[in-house]
Design a protein around this ligand. Structure first.
Ligand code: NAI
Length: 509
C-alpha cells in the first residue's frame, strides 16, 4: 500500500500540544495542512509554536531558511471546518473525551469526500467505540503520535474492529513517508506502549512500597545498570503524577481490574498532596531551587580480597569474572552443573532468579549469600545493585563489596527484595509484551519497535528476554509469583510456550 501523495491536504483538528506538532510533521513532509480549533487563540498559539520549532531547527543548522518558511506557509489556519472540506486525511487531536470525538467525526463524515481517511490521536479511547458512532467506521483508524510529535519517531497505527486494512496500511506507509517509525496495533486499552510500559512504573513503586530502597537508588539501578534513559521515579516526576496516575487507572479499569495493572497508593497520595512532579516543584524529588538532590545509596569503601572462584556457568554475568581478573584478582574456575556463582572471601554471589537471597540461602544451605541485579552489560556497567540474605555475615559482605569495588564497580545495596529492581522490571516488561503478542495486539517485532521508539528503552523487552533466555525469564516470574502469591506475576502463556521450545526465542535469527 502506498503513502498518501503530498498533494493530499491534511486537516488537523485541535491545535494544542499534539495537534500543532502533528501539523508540523505533515507540513514538513510537504502536505498542505489545515489547522483547526474551536478556539481561535489556540490556532494562533499552535502556529506560533510551529514557527518557533522551525526557527530552532534553522538555528541548529538542521533546516534551511527557505524550507522552514515553506513548511510554515503550508500550515493554513481555518476557523470553520467547512473551509477544509477538500482534505483527504483528517487527524483529530482534541480533548480526550469520547462524545466530543464522536460528534466531531460524525460532522467530518458529512463534510469530507468519500475517499477521505479519518484518524484519531486518542491515547486511551477505543477506536472501535469512537467508530461505532459513524456510518462508515471502516475509514477510521488511530494514528497515535507521541509527545513531542516532531521529535518522537513512533506512531502507533491502531485498527478498530471495523477499520479496513487498506486504511491502516495507507496510514502506515504515510507515517513512514513522514519520517516516522510506524507500527500496527489493534485497539485495546493502552495500545502497545502505554500498556507494555506499565510495569516500568509498577515494579519500581512496589519495591518502594516494600521499602526496598529509596527512589534515587531504584532509579540508579534502572538507569545506570540497565541502560534505561531515565529511572521510573524521575520519569514519573517528568510526566506528572496526575497524568501517569490517570493513565494507570484508565488501563486498570479498562482491563476490568486485572491485578497486573493495580495502581499505586503511594502515587495516589502524591496526587492528593499536589506533588505532581517537576511541574509543581515536587514529586518523588524536590525541585525547589537549592533543594538537595537525593543521591542513590552507595556502599562505603571496604577491603577486598585477592582471589575469587567462578563456579559453573555464569551466563550473562560472565564479564564480571573478566573485570575481577583485569583488576588483578586471581580468578579460579570450578566446574558445576547449572547456573553458576562467584565465591569471594567466603561469600557466594549470584545473579538473582526472582527468589530472595534469604530464601535461596536456606535452599542452597549457604549463609553468606548475596544476589546481584540485572545489568544490560556486565562488562561496562558502572554500578551493581546487591541484596544480601538475612543470615549473611558482615565480614563476608564487606569482603565481597570491597572486591567488586576493586574491580571498579560502584556498589549499591537494596533490601532483600525478590528479583531486586532491574531483573523483576525487565521480566515483567517482557511478560506484558508477550501477552500483547499472544493476544494479537501487535507482532513481536512491532512491540519491540514501539518500546524502543515510543519510550527510548535500550532494547525491546522481547529481544531482552531472548538475550537472557525465555526459560530464565519465565523462572524469574514463577519465583516472583510464588514469593508474592499474587496473580500479578502470572506468566504469559506465550512466554511459557516459547520457554519450553528448544532454543526458543521471540525473534527468529
Ligand atoms: P491540548 O489540551 O493541548 O489540546 C487540545 C485542543 O483541542 C485545545 O486547543 C482545544 O481548544 C481543542 N478542542 C477541544 N475541543 C475541540 C473540538 N470539538 N474541535 C476542535 N478543537 C477542539 O491536548 P493534547 O495534549 O494536545 O491532546 C490532544 C489529544 O491527543 C488527546 O486525545 C490526547 O489524549 C492525545 N494525546 C496526547 C498526548 C500528550 O502527551 N499530550 C500524547 C498522545 C496523544
Amino acid at each position: 500500500m502506498s503513502a498518501l501523495t503530498t498533494d493530499v491536504k491534511v486537516l488537523v483538528i485541535g491545535a494544542g500540544a499534539m495537534g500543532s506538532g502533528i501539523a508540523h510533521v505533515a507540513a514538513a513532509a510537504g502536505h498542505p495542512v489545515y489547522l483547526y480549533d474551536t478556539r481561535a487563540e489556540a490556532i494562533e498559539r499552535g502556529r506560533d509554536g510551529i514557527a518557533r520549532d522551525l526557527r530552532f531547527l534553522v538555528g541548529k543548522g538542521k533546516l534551511g531558511e527557505t524550507e522552514a518558511e515553506a513548511t510554515l506557509a503550508r500550515v493554513v489556519p481555518v476557523t470553520e471546518l467547512v473551509a477544509a472540506r477538500d482534505a483527504g486525511l483528517a487527524i483529530e487531536a482534541v480533548v480526550e473525551h469520547l462524545e466530543v470525538k464522536q460528534k466531531l467525526f460524525r460532522e467530518l463524515e458529512g463534510l469530507l469526500g468519500p475517499g477521505a481517511i479519518l484518524a484519531t490521536n486518542t491515547s486511551s479511547l477505543s477506536i472501535t467505540l469512537i467508530g461505532a458512532a459513524l456510518e462508515r467506521p471502516e475509514r477510521l483508524a488511530g494514528l497515535h503520535f507521541f509527545n513531542p510529535a516532531p521529535r518522537m519517531k513512533l506512531v502507533e497505527i491502531v485498527s478498530g474492529l471495523a477499520t479496513e486494512r487498506a486504511v491502516a496500511d495507507t496510514l502506515y506507509a504515510t507515517a513512514k513517508a513522514w519520517g516516522k517509525v510506524p507500527v500496527h496495533a489493534s485497539s485495546t486499552p493502552g495500545f502497545i506502549v502505554n500498556r507494555v510500559a506499565r510495569p516500568y512504573y509498577g515494579e519500581a513503586l512496589r519495591v518502594l512500597a516494600e521499602r526496598g530502597a529509596e527512589p534515587a537508588t531504584i532509579d540508579a539501578a534502572l538507569r545506570e545498570s540497565c541502560g534505561f534513559p531515565m529511572g521510573p521515579f524521575e520519569l514519573m516526576d517528568l510526566i506528572g503524577h496526575d497524568v501517569n496516575f490517570a493513565v494507570s487507572n484508565s488501563v486498570f479499569d479498562a482491563y476490568f481490574g486485572d491485578k497486573r495493572f493495580t495502581p499505586s497508593l503511594i502515587q495516589q497520595e502524591l496526587v492528593a498532596a499536589g506533588r505532581l512532579g517537576r511541574k509543581s516543584g515536587r514529586g518523588f524529588y524536590d525541585y525547589a531551587a537549592g533543594a538537595p538532590r537525593q543521591a542513590p545509596q552507595v556502599e562505603p569503601a571496604h577491603e577486598g580480597v585477592a582471589t575469587a572462584t567462578v563456579v559453573g556457568e555464569f551466563g550473562p554475568a560472565e564479564p564480571l569474572a573478566a573485570r575481577l581478573e583485569a583488576a588483578g584478582i586471581a580468578v579460579e574456575r570450578r566446574a558445576s552443573a547449572g547456573a553458576g556463582w562467584i565465591e569471594v572471601g567466603g561469600a557466594r554471589v549470584a545473579l538473582s532468579d526472582g527468589r530472595t537471597a534469604t530464601r535461596r540461602a536456606v535452599e542452597e544451605d549457604v549463609a553468606d549469600l548475596v544476589l546481584f541485579d540485572l545489568a544490560r552489560d556486565y562488562a561496562t556497567t558502572p554500578r551493581l545493585t546487591l541484596a544480601r540474605a538475612d543470615a549473611c555475615s558482615e565480614a563476608a559482605w564487606a569482603a565481597l563489596v570491597g572486591t567488586l569495588q576493586r574491580a571498579g564497580l560502584e556498589v549499591g545495596r537494596i533490601d532483600d527484595v525478590a528479583g531486586l529492581v532491574g531483573l523483576r522490571t525487565v521480566a515483567m516488561l517482557a511478560n506484558e509484551a508477550a501477552d500483547a503478542v499472544l493476544q494479537g495486539i501487535a507482532s513481536a517485532a512491532d512491540v519491540d519497535t514501539a518500546m524502543r521508539y515510543g519510550t527510548n528503552y535500550p532494547q525491546g523487552p522481547l529481544a531482552w528476554a531472548d538475550q537472557l533466555g525465555p526459560a530464565f525469564v519465565a523462572r524469574v516470574l514463577a519465583n516472583l509469583r510464588e514469593h508474592y502469591g499474587e496473580e500479578r506475576y502470572r506468566i504469559s502463556v506465550l512466554l511459557q510456550r516459547v520457554a519450553l521450545r528448544p532454543g526458543g526465542r521471540f525473534h527468529a535469527g
